[in-house]
Design a protein around this ligand. Structure first.
Ligand code: ADP
Ligand code: 5GP
Length: 187
């Protein structure tokens, strides 16, 4: 049975960048594909980054009890981890890596305990976060502001995580993540 690696952080901290780097290393990692009711952005494809659902489809799966956890991360934008998806990947012997919001991250950690490592990616500052979100160029100014507004709250969760990695210089943060996760997977 595989293990679980949970990544949480304010949007724009560099989680996806670090996760994509880790997926290319030899760690037998599989990305946990979440479901969301937000529309795809950029080159995102259904079943790759997310399973894209309508809000109605999402709510149906909630009432059918199909989620390990879910959150309304932003108004009317639901995100959730499907039980079937995670169990399938774990039972295939893969280590599953999650990109989830801070509340979801704590819930998954609580559920799986020692089998899971929770990692918080911290941006150097809110200003830097805004710069990165603007630079990424995938969100409208309004969406960027809603992400920034949420960041303060999310930063207050850092000490609930097993490990905090500050993503200032990307290469350093990637090396630190690789070392921490390799150690955890060998335990
Ligand atoms: P998240 O998944 O946390 O929302 P991303 O990985 O999409 O964040 O990163 C947000 C933007 O910031 C991207 O354009 C990415 O290339 C850039 N970025 C990531 N890490 C750094 C870093 N250490 N320094 C500068 N820019 C970064
Ligand atoms: P984005 O729209 O940038 O892809 O993601 C927005 C936020 O939703 C991020 O903080 C991301 O980690 C979180 N998220 C993605 N999938 C899930 C999930 O399955 N559960 C929870 N709780 N949050 C998720």
């Amino acid at each position: 049975m595989g293990k679980l690696i949970i990544f949480s952080a304010p949007s724009g901290s560099g989680k996806s960048t670090i996760i994509n780097y880790l997926l290319k290393q030899n760690l037998n990692l599989a990305f946990s594909i979440s479901a969301t009711s937000r529309p795809p952005r950029g080159t995102e494809q259904n079943g790759v980054e997310y399973f894209f659902l309508t809000p109605e489809e999402f709510k149906q799966k909630i009432s059918d009890g199909e989620f390990l956890e879910y959150e309304e991360v932003y108004t009317d934008r639901f995100y959730g981890t499907l039980k079937s998806q995670v169990e399938k990947q774990l039972s295939e012997g893969q280590n599953v890596i999650f990109d989830v919001d801070v509340v979801g991250g704590c819930n998954i950690k609580k559920f799986y305990g020692e089998r899971a490592l929770s990692v918080f990616i911290q941006p150097p500052s809110i200003e830097e976060l805004r710069k990165r979100l603007n630079g990424r160029g995938t969100d409208t100014p309004e969406v960027i502001e809603s992400r920034i507004a949420k960041a303060e709250f999310e930063l207050s969760y850092a000490d609930k995580f097993d490990v905090v990695i500050v993503n200032d210089e990307l290469e350093k943060a990637q090396a630190e993540a690789l070392e921490t996760i390799s150690k955890f997977l060998k335990k």
